[in-house]
Design a protein around this ligand. Structure first.
Ligand SMILES: Nc1ncnc2c1ncn2[C@@H]1O[C@H](COP(=O)(O)OP(=O)(O)OP(=O)(O)O)[C@@H](O)[C@H]1O
Ligand SMILES: [Mg+2]
Length: 297
């Protein structure tokens, strides 16, 4: 049976210190408790209706990947076991279990480390206009969803509000310093390559993905969620066909439905109808099951 969606969390007498678009964040001093809710954002607006279990699926997918790539880079995860959380959170497993991670707080770089192995999204748009992605020249003749010869680092700024803006690797180096930029981007590419190979064994192409890195005690730390359908484009390998847009394991149904409404992308979204919620949930569930091999949540 599907549980009801959890779109906001709180404790008796305590609200989260921050609500991102999807995650509620509780500041525990040296650590954070990051709780993935069932909120869904599309075109940078959060829908008033949640997708049941989405937060649990995202958290479990991230945990799977943190385990798979743990020897490539230190990450921020301390524990996802509710028994390791502060007592006030342990008292509410119905809210926090399965969807929360206790992590080390880091100084997050104001750059998104996007790695692309295929041409899609804003990368495709820039390539069509200028033959480049984030200023990186690509061979002529590529089409939508073409596989790139090698994965490329195409950073963007983490905008405080509104859309993130693509920048060149050189501009990212100016923002965070060349040494950190070199180290984090090389690490991001290694993590991408490992994940791409593991996903391929499970019938999924990892088109592109976004990482966040931070620093703690002078060390590079892989933070945030990693390699989820919210931070990545996953495509079913058996339907891969360059030259057109690919079906994907994410909120495509939501975007498509919103495009059929008269919503102006500049005001609160209309609530998702039940069938769009159900189809979207099924997509997330399929990605979760294919990647982790688990059927239950
Ligand atoms: N280890 C960490 N230390 C500090 N901040 C972290 C860490 N891991 C993740 N974060 C931050 O937690 C937030 C996660 O929430 P969410 O993804 O919902 O936010 P968002 O909508 O992306 O909003 P924002 O624009 O604030 O990033 C992000 O701001 C991310 O940078
Ligand atoms: Mg985020």
């Amino acid at each position: 049976m599907t549980r009801p969606a959890i779109c906001q969390t709180s404790l008796p007498g305590r609200e989260p210190d921050k609500r991102g678009k999807v995650r509620d964040i509780y500041d525990l001093g040296d650590n954070l408790l990051i709780v993935a809710t069932d909120r869904l954002s599309a075109f940078d607006w959060v829908n008033p209706v949640g997708i049941p279990d989405k937060g649990r699926m995202l958290t479990q997918i991230s945990l799977f990947w943190f385990e798979q790539v743990k020897n490539l880079c230190t990450n921020h995860l301390i524990s996802a076991n509710i028994a390791d959380f502060p007592a006030e959170f342990q008292a509410h497993p119905e809210i926090f279990e399965g969807r929360s991670m206790l992590v080390r707080k880091c100084e997050i770089f104001p750059v998104e480390f996007i790695i692309r192995g295929y041409l899609a999204g804003s990368g495709l748009k820039e390539y069509r206009q200028q033959g480049t992605v984030c200023g990186i020249k690509l061979p002529e003749g590529l089409v939508e969803a073409s596989k790139l010869e090698q994965p490329i680092y195409t950073p963007s700024t983490k905008a405080k509000s509104g859309h993130d803006i693509n920048i060149s690797p050189e501009e990212a180096a100016e923002v965070i310093g060349k040494d950190w930029n070199d180290l984090a981007s090389a690490t991001a590419i290694r993590v991408y390559e490992r994940a791409r190979d593991i996903a391929a064994e499970r019938g999924i192409l990892l088109c592109d993905t976004k990482f966040e890195f931070g620093v703690r005690e002078g060390k590079l730390i892989l933070a945030d969620e990693i390699l989820t359908p919210d931070s990545s484009r996953f495509w079913p390998a058996d339907q891969y066909q360059p030259g057109k847009s690919q079906p994907s394991y994410d909120k495509q149904f939501v975007r498509d439905w919103l495009e059929t409404t008269d919503w102006d992308k500049n005001s609160p979204q209309p609530p998702l109808p039940a069938d769009v919620v159900e189809k979207t949930r099924a997509k997330y569930l399929e990605a979760y099951t294919r990647l982790t091999g688990k059927k239950d949540l």
